[in-house]
Design a protein. Structure first.
Lengths: 274, 350
């Protein structure tokens, strides 16, 4: 007797998930709005007659710093929100629409479902970061401009265009890692509820709470455990040579959050009524 | 050996399409399903009847592995649930708790997304299978409209199409006629008939009794989480209240004659009803010999609606003892001693 298929091919499932993600109007609107972030910063920097200190100030006349500044600004709240929204739709939203049932009955095994959903959320995170990075580079070159397409590092040295782009790419990859952590935790919440709003509230509340905790000096010992405490590490990619300590530790921390979040999601989805 | 006998043999040895053994589900302090034993023979069309909240949907959800039972076990097409669910589900189409689709996608896109997850569909077959399913439920004209704009009936039809994407061995339809107009209801009946003719097993839950009576071969009646009756529709109806209805103007004479012969009879317009006693021919002979004018004699065969009302209201046997409803062959039987109906084979685990 021929052994028959008990599961649809994985690439087909992933492709269907990605198509679903990008057919959602809110995904497209969000990505469109993200494209505006570097443009707004670029215009702001060019229009301003004096440039303050900090990362945004460093953009002036130094276009390739713009994508890094834009990613850092967006990572504080906007990027995590976008990822949380997609994670909210992935499980809680599908449960609310009754479509989770359809997938489970097809059948898509519960473990596979979590894998497919995590992939979808990761695709959103990558797309969002990519939009900011690419538009950031273009706006940096066109609107802000820089001498010979070079990047002046925070250490004062000058990098060629290729090396500058490599620094931007490094920050982009690092930011995706941080967002993967947010996405995994958001998926875990999404596995617990049928209300997508709960997921958004949980992620937003979590980020704000982490921010408050890290501002309390008596709780300094808590810093290494807070996901958000490493979110300013992107700037380190603009030093020469690159300072990897904070980038590395925050990436490690993000991987731990991602593993715990995904683990909980799998555990919960095995038991969930759909 | 002819092909016919081979096929018959295959049917006989086929495992039941679905089986529940002591299935029980408790939500907090609410017992949704109270220890149900049920076997759905392959090829049957089982109508699952019960008032709202009787546990129909919970039972279906446990059979499909969507809800974990508190106790008991289930089998789907001979595979254990949830252990070997992946082997059975590709052959199972289901519409449970209303159609679930994404409002921003068209009907066709929604179905394509579902079809992508169907193990038995090769990637190349997906567009064709989706079109066929849409035509079958009469949604071809609205396939490219967004689900958001569908009427209740169209949504229901799309849900049905999702269950029919692949030729199925078992199709489970939970309230399929919800929101459908009379034409839609007729379409559902036709589709169930086609599935039955093609050898598929169908489990259909409904509160529309006429619907079930028209399409089903088997019936399971649920109330308050328990199985009150299960068996072949014809058998259940015959065994129902039973009794012989004698139309006669001579009610007094008839009653005394019957009483003398040891039969149990009551006066009921337009004559008497005999609920126990000798066989029909003997009763007729008895009455005629006594000089009772017999205009008509027929066996009382209740419509499903009456049977259902009697079962769910615990009203069986309110007159004269506690008769059992049984089907031929030792299937579960019901009795109603006391206030709460006690169930024979079913519900013992409760």
């Amino acid at each position: 007797m021929m052994l028959e298929r008990t599961a649809a091919p994985l690439p087909r499932l992933l492709a269907a998930e990605v198509r679903w993600v990008f057919r959602r109007p809110r995904t497209l609107i969000t990505l469109g709005l993200f494209a505006l972030i570097p443009i707004l910063i670029a215009v702001g920097v060019v229009v301003a007659d004096r440039n303050g200190p900090g990362l945004v100030g460093a953009v002036a006349g130094n276009g390739l710093v713009l994508p890094v500044a834009a990613m850092t600004v967006a990572l504080a709240l906007l990027l995590p929100l976008a990822v949380a929204m997609s994670a909210a739709d992935a499980l809680a939203g599908e449960a609310a629409h009754g479509t989770l049932r359809g997938l489970l009955l097809a059948p898509v095994s519960r473990l596979r479902l979590v894998g497919v959903k995590a992939f979808g959320v990761l695709v959103v995170a990558v797309s969002a970061v990519l939009v900011i990075a690419v538009v950031g580079v273009l706006a940096g070159i066109v609107v802000v401009g820089s001498a010979d397409g070079q990047m002046v590092t925070l250490s004062g040295t000058t990098l060629g265009f290729g090396a500058g782009i490599a620094r931007v790419a490094l920050v982009a990859v690092w930011a995706v890692g941080q967002l993967a952590a947010v996405g995994a935790v958001a998926l875990a919440v999404s596995a617990l509820t049928e209300h997508p709003l709960v997921v958004l509230a949980a992620v937003l509340g979590g980020i704000i709470t982490f921010g408050v905790l890290s501002a309390i000096p008596a709780l300094d010992w808590l810093q290494p455990w807070l996901l958000t405490s490493g979110w300013s590490a992107g700037v380190d990619a603009l030093r020469d040579p690159v300072v990897l300590t904070a980038l590395g530790s925050s990436t490690l921390r993000a991987l731990c959050y991602a593993a715990i979040g995904l683990g909980f999601t799998v555990w919960r989805m095995q038991r969930r009524d759909a | 050996m002819t092909a016919w006998t081979v096929r018959e043999a295959a049917v006989v040895t086929a495992p039941p399409a679905a089986r529940a053994v002591g299935l029980r589900k408790v939500y907090g302090r609410t017992v949704a399903v109270d220890g149900i034993d049920l076997e759905v023979p392959a090829g049957a069309v089982l109508g699952m009847l019960g008032p709202n909240g009787s546990g129909k949907t919970t039972l279906i959800r446990m059979l499909l592995g969507l809800t974990r039972p508190t106790a008991g076990s289930a089998e789907l097409l001979g595979e254990s649930v949830p252990g070997a669910l992946a082997k059975a589900l590709p052959h199972v189409g289901a519409l449970v708790e209303g159609p679930g689709f994404h409002p921003f996608l068209s009907g066709r896109e929604n179905l394509r997304r579902l079809a992508a997850a169907e193990p038995l569909l090769a990637s190349g077959e997906i567009p064709g299978a989706v079109d066929t399913a849409l035509e079958r439920v009469g949604l071809g004209h609205a396939a490219d409209r967004r689900f958001r704009g569908y009427s209740l009936g169209m949504k229901q039809r799309l849900g049905l199409a999702g269950a029919l994407l692949v030729p199925r061995r078992l199709v489970v339809l939970d309230e399929p006629t919800n929101g459908l107009d009379p034409a839609g209801t007729r379409d559902v009946r036709t589709i169930i008939g086609e599935l039955h003719a093609a050898g598929s097993t169908v489990i259909v839950s409904s509160h529309l009794l006429a619907e079930v009576e028209a399409t089903c071969t088997h019936v399971a009646v649920l109330a308050a989480g328990s199985l009150l009756a299960v068996g072949e529709l014809a058998g259940l109806l015959d065994a129902g209240t039973g009794g012989l209805v004698v139309t006669t103007p001579d009610v007094g004479l008839a009653l005394s004659t019957l009483e003398a012969a040891g039969a149990v009879a009551t006066a009921a317009e337009p004559g008497v009803v005999v609920t126990a006693g000798p066989d029909a021919p003997e009763i007729v002979a008895l009455l005629v010999r006594a000089g009772v004018a017999v205009h008509e004699v027929h066996r009382r065969r209740p419509r499903l609606e009456e049977l259902f009302a009697q079962l769910t209201e615990g009203g069986i046997g309110t007159e004269g003892g506690s008769p059992n409803i049984g089907t031929e062959g030792g299937s579960p039987s019901i009795g109603t001693e006391g206030a709460s109906p006690s169930i024979g084979a079913a519900g013992a685990a409760g």
